[in-house]
Design a protein around this ligand. Structure first.
Ligand code: PSU
Ligand code: MN
Length: 304
């Protein structure tokens, strides 16, 4: 018996070989406040449908690994408090105990790959945190990209991280990092990180073909697509830099670390920018959902 519970719509799309885009749930439970989190989750699904693909939001609900959520499940998750944040290490434990948890990029990739979904859209992935030379805090998302064959569309690693170190680790792990439509690596809220991206592609087709070639070669792992935030929604890097430094300093003062660090930083930056960071975050996720749908369509059109 399959351990995965597919929604009717996702099961139908997969059976037909129609394009499906996986979506994570930690961004809903830990990345954004209520009720904007629910609005965002619904809009992201709508954008993917508009593009002619099927969205599959992924979460563990009462021990079941759900791929594709009904609207009432989405709403319950968005309102729930104290939901577990599940990475590779936590996924099986949560399921074995019959509990509920939101999947991070790493856990969402695992579920997507098992369900046969090869494209996933989110906001930003986890990476190497600032001060990692002391804390050793490197997100399991990076290792997952190295071993699980899913193309992840993000807006760059979250700028709260150490971006040069994050790129170095991705290179070591053999993960293609592809800037979409520009040479610069995007930095989440800002279009440019001040770093050149290792690779650049300009069409969804090229991205789909590269993933297919990787699999044909027998290389495990996925690809990271870094899609710049739309210009009208960006917050310039010069403006974000002091905000990010302040948020990281506050985290240090309050001894925030481990799983709590990313949610704390996002919340603190939301306060420091008086909500602007959230508006940008929602805009970039929608932009990634649209590109994800286009990549999924190209993947499903490839000869197999
Ligand atoms: N992208 C967002 N907001 C988020 C996240 C990503 O726009 O909240 C989540 C993802 O689930 C990612 C996680 O996997 O943050 C990274 O957490 P950590 O740094 O603890 O690995
Ligand atoms: Mn971490």
């Amino acid at each position: 018996m399959s351990l995965i519970r597919l929604s009717a719509a996702v099961a139908d799309a997969l059976a037909k070989g129609a394009p499906v885009v996986a979506l994570e749930s930690t961004i809903i439970t830990h990345g954004m406040p209520w009720p904007q989190n629910l609005e965002m989750a619904r809009k992201v699904e709508a954008v993917i449908r508009e593009e002619g693909a099927e969205p599959a939001t992924i979460a563990v609900i009462d021990g079941e690994l759900c791929v594709g959520l009904e609207d009432d499940q989405l709403e319950a998750l968005a309102q729930a408090r104290g939901v577990a944040k599940l990475s590779r290490a936590d996924l099986a434990v949560c399921m074995a105990q019959g509990r509920t948890g939101a999947t991070t990029v790493a856990a969402t990739m695992i579920a997507a790959a098992q369900a046969g979904i090869s494209t996933f859209a989110t906001g930003g992935i986890g990476g190497v945190h600032r001060g990692a030379e002391q804390s050793f805090d490197v997100s399991a998302d990076l290792q997952e990209l190295a071993q699980t064959a899913v193309t992840v569309v993000c807006a760059g690693a979250k700028a709260i991280l150490d971006l040069p170190k994050t790129l170095e680790v991705l290179e070591t792990l053999g993960v293609p990092v592809i800037a979409y439509g520009q040479d610069q690596l995007p930095a989440f809220w800002s279009r440019e990180a001040g770093l050149r991206a290792p690779l650049r592609m300009d069409t969804p087709r090229a991205i789909a073909e590269a993933q297919a070639m990787r699999s044909a070669l027998g290389l495990p792992g996925g690809q990271l697509v870094a899609n710049p935030i739309p210009a009208e929604a960006e917050i310039a890097r010069a403006e974000m830099t002091p905000v990010i430094e302040r948020a990281n300093a506050d985290a240090e003062t309050h001894g925030i670390r481990g799983k709590d660090l990313t949610p704390y930083l996002l919340q603190r930056i939301f306060e420091l920018t008086e909500g602007r960071s959230l508006e940008s975050n929602i805009a970039l996720v929608l932009n990634n959902a649209r590109l994800g749908a286009r990549i999924a369509k190209e993947m499903s059109a490839l000869p197999r």
